[in-house]
Design a protein around this ligand. Structure first.
Ligand SMILES: [Zn+2]
Length: 66
């Protein structure tokens, strides 16, 4: 049984270029990239929950529990 709570996506952060993007491993959607320290900080803090809220694949994988 796969634990979808921990393996749902990949977050990429490039601190040299101050850039971040997120790729969902369930639905293959890509979020971002965003640029700039402030935007990157907000993006990395919230993208998992933000994407999860609209990810149909995650909802299906967890039985719609969240
Ligand atoms: Zn997704």
């Amino acid at each position: 049984m796969v634990d979808w709570r921990s393996v749902t996506g990949a977050l990429f952060v490039d601190l040299d270029g101050v850039r971040a993007r997120y790729e969902c491993l369930l639905c293959r959607a890509k979020e971002g990239p965003v640029f700039g320290a402030a935007d990157v900080a907000a993006f990395t803090a919230g993208v998992r929950t933000d994407h999860r809220a609209r990810c149909a694949a995650a909802a299906a994988a967890t039985g719609g529990a969240r």
